[in-house]
Design a protein. Sequence first.
Length: 135
Amino acid sequence: MSYHLRLIKGLSFSGIVKATAKNPDVYVNDEATANQAVATGYFELVDSIPDGETESSPEPIPEPEEEENLGYGGKTLGEMNKSELETFATYRDVNIKGAKTKAEIIAKLEAALDPSELEGKIYYGSPTIQELQKE
């Protein structure tokens, strides 16, 4: 028998099974493993499929209308004010000593970090409890 589990709590889980917010569905063949995962409180049992039968395609999970990222920021470097840039630099462990202007801070960040880390909107820091509880 195969068991279909879905992550219902948290952004990810790594233990007896592994799941993330992007890939919340987990399939296991062992009832004990399924029960242990459900007992953690992070998973719900979606379906159990007898051996020899195949499951129809998994229930599609709707894509969020807007990209949901947790943490602070959500702005490009140019949109951040000096204080936000300083906080981002501290979070990323980038030394901005001696940088007095926004442009100087951005230059130090661009020199220290990979360009892919600075593209588009930047989210950093730990999410708040309220952000984690959003549905």
